[in-house]
Design a protein around this ligand. Sequence first.
Ligand SMILES: [Zn+2]
Ligand SMILES: [Zn+2]
Length: 277
Amino acid sequence: ISLVDETSGEKEDIEVTLLPAGHCPGSVMFLFEGENGTVLYTGDFRLAKGEAARMALLHSGTRVKDIQSVYLDTTFCDPKFYHIPSREECLNGILELVRSWTSLTRYHVVWLNCKAAYGYEYLFINLSEELGIKVHVNRLDMFRNMPEILYHITTDRHTQIHACRHPRDDDCFRWNRLPCGMTCQNGTPLHIISIKPSTMWFGERMKKTSVIVRTGESTYRACFSFHSSYSEIKDFLSYIRPVNVYPNVLPAGGTEDKVMEILKPLCRSYRRNAEPR
Ligand SMILES: [Zn+2]
Ligand SMILES: [Zn+2]
């Protein structure tokens, strides 16, 4: 695209490249390449270790592009978020729990307590493909531009996996009722468990426990993360090695100084500043 400076009338051509961000379907990072250098804006992202190295568009020839500045998703840029189980680990944990419950009888159903938002599609798709059970959702229209998911979700309540919502769905659940109102099928009461996707993290020296945690008689929490962990952020940045880095967000309880203390040593500008005077 062509940019014109309104005051000087100077023109500059900028090339903008969209890279997959792994945050939710369609999420992208922006790479801006212009005469004054290259900037990468990650937006919200979750990239596994080594994933940046496999992105051809971040490279020219065999080398990573010379990137001046990175604007980085620092949601979990704190050592306490050192490790977050990978997408595959989390997905498999949920899959096995849903499989073992729904295979007991057809009256054993699962409620996925997901916030009404994008990002769980690949979970729905994976469960539906592996188990042959479609996922009940309130409305299909929010997915109308994602044809690949439409086959895996349904508005028919007679299914064993639900991701439907109700304004007071925690109350529903307490009364053994699904948010869509289902309590029984053919006169047989349903046995319902709920699984709440939430981020779980492990410190560097912490023992990694299961990606599924039982929180009550029929409630579970399952690991799920839309953002890169501390070690994934460091891996990404030390691969890109920009001159400068700017955090897009502050981690919960963190300060900008603390985040910069972590990120600066991974930038090229650090060496110069750190040289003895
Ligand atoms: Zn988001
Ligand atoms: Zn439902």
